[in-house]
Write a protein that binds this ligand. Structure first.
Ligand SMILES: *Cc1c(COP(=O)(O)O)cnc(C)c1O
Length: 243
């Protein structure tokens, strides 16, 4: 395989971008009257070369999110992952569940009972309980993964019965919006759903994490109650899908 080479300049740039995002996140928390410790920053590392991922990890990044099972498994031995949280944030096919359970700390993209049941089954086989988030399609977009808002409580109630998964909260990717008002609308709608389901105190469901906000809108997401932001482009630069 051809290795793309990065120089000290590229490594410094990613470290700087990571630190800049941290600062912006702290400012957003302060504005919202929240402690910075309430919001976890995930570096989204899909398509990113391990050299650049390590630049952010060495600068202090403590959580990463990958979209594809094989890509993650193929590059993780090159990553400085000691003490780093690993999240699967991309769509997961049921036939890949056995490869990823036990290899990440959380699966954020659970949007059907079928997938939840398979994660539960494989986790039981491996003697594990896998922390998961329920992915909600808050914009009700046809092209998007995620459970519809109206069905999310029912899914969560069914997931509560599975002993080898542990629901820790919710994740969403809202529709692409051109105005701040529209972005806020979806983030606040998601927060309301999160709070509503949390208030039901369903047995075996721990509604602590609300994963929303990406490069273009993480500050707005924090203002609307996000507890976990997933930032790729702003940290690592534009993705190159051809490599
Ligand atoms: C790619 C991706 C992100 C990061 O998007 P950026 O706009 O590059 O910050 C966040 N969440 C998910 C689920 C993604 O697939």
């Amino acid at each position: 395989m051809m290795e793309k080479l990065y120089d000290a300049c590229d490594i410094q740039r990613v470290a700087d971008q990571y630190l800049e995002i941290r600062e912006r996140l702290e400012t957003a928390c302060a504005k919202a009257g929240r402690a910075p410790s309430e919001v976890t920053l995930i570096g989204v590392t899909k398509t990113v070369d391990p050299v650049l991922i390590n630049a952010a990890l060495d600068a202090g990044l403590s959580a990463i999110g990958e979209n594809r099972v094989q890509e993650y498994l193929g590059k993780r031995q090159d990553l400085h992952l000691d003490g780093v949280e690993r999240h699967l944030i991309g769509h997961l096919q049921t036939n890949k569940v056995k490869m990823i359970v036990g290899e990440v700390d959380m699966i954020q993209s659970v949007d059907s009972l079928r997938l939840a049941t398979e994660i539960d089954r494989i986790s039981a086989q491996k003697g594990l309980v896998t922390p998961v988030l329920v992915e909600v399609n808050i914009g009700e977009e046809e092209s998007k993964d995620g459970i519809a808002l109206a069905q999310s409580e029912e899914l969560i109630r069914q997931m509560a019965l599975l002993k080898h998964i542990s629901v820790r909260g919710m994740m969403t990717i809202p529709p692409i919006s051109d105005t701040e008002a529209k972005k806020r609308y979806y983030f606040s709608k998601m927060r309301d759903l999160f709070i509503d389901i949390r208030s039901k105190n369903i047995d075996n469901i721990f509604m602590h994490i609300l994963s929303m906000g990406m490069s273009d809108d993480f500050e707005l997401a924090v203002a609307e109650g996000s507890t976990m932001v997933r930032v790729g482009t702003a940290m690592f630069g534009k993705r190159n899908y051809s490599v």
